[in-house]
Design a protein around this ligand. Structure first.
Ligand SMILES: [Zn+2]
Length: 205
């Protein structure tokens, strides 16, 4: 994948559609700078907005990744290659998110433990400080739990062991209150409706 070529292609298609960088950015809900970075080949658009970007530029996904308009001859081969590349990118992005969750978890536990320990150490000399420290520790854990589960909700898919459906649960709270070990959670499959432990997988297929 040649990011410079893709960037130039995005810029060319954007101009063809009579859009400025700012106009395209606004339609996609990203910053002008993000668009400029794609066009300079310094960054790729996020997987989640690629379909909308393609629609606005009136190109398809395979053309975007190839960085050029495709003729019917080379289309199939390139389409296949790009599909694999997309999947690999999504997998990497999700892996990064889940790793971030682990690091966040570790840091928050370490921080709150440190706060509780210091809180206990100063309990006698300054009880107010002690209470503040312990409350902050509790708050840290709560905030982490919220964001940790948010990451887990959004990164990758849950796979139903009964029918094999891979899906993103439709609500944060379903993920939040599901019994779990690791990132495997007991939830109801939206397709077959069976309740089972659903394993986290990184890609849709
Ligand atoms: Zn199912």
């Amino acid at each position: 994948m040649d990011q410079i070529m893709i960037g130039k292609f995005i810029a060319a298609c954007r101009k063809e559609q009579g859009l400025t960088q700012a106009a395209l950015a606004e339609k996609l809900g990203v910053s002008d700078r993000a668009v400029s970075k794609w066009e300079n080949g310094r960054n790729m658009p996020d997987v989640s907005i690629i379909p909308e970007l393609c629609a606005l530029l009136k190109i398809d996904l395979n053309e975007l990744f190839a960085g050029e308009r495709l003729s019917m001859d080379n289309y199939k081969e390139i389409a296949q290659k790009n599909l694999l590349e997309m999947r690999r990118q999504e997998e990497m992005a999700n892996k990064r998110l889940l790793n971030a969750e682990k690091i966040l978890g570790f840091v928050s536990v370490a921080t709150s433990l440190a706060m509780v320990v210091s809180g206990l150490l100063v309990a006698e000399s300054s009880p107010v400080v002690s209470i503040v420290l312990c409350s902050l520790a509790g708050l840290t854990v709560l905030v982490f739990a919220f964001y940790g589960i948010k990451i887990e909700h959004e990164a990758g898919y849950y796979e139903c062991p009964e029918c094999g459906e891979r899906y993103i649960p439709d609500s944060y709270w379903k993920v939040c209150f599901a019994p779990h070990f690791g990132s495997t959670r007991k939830m109801t499959c939206p397709k077959c409706g069976k309740r089972a432990y659903q394993k986290k997988v990184l890609t849709k297929e």
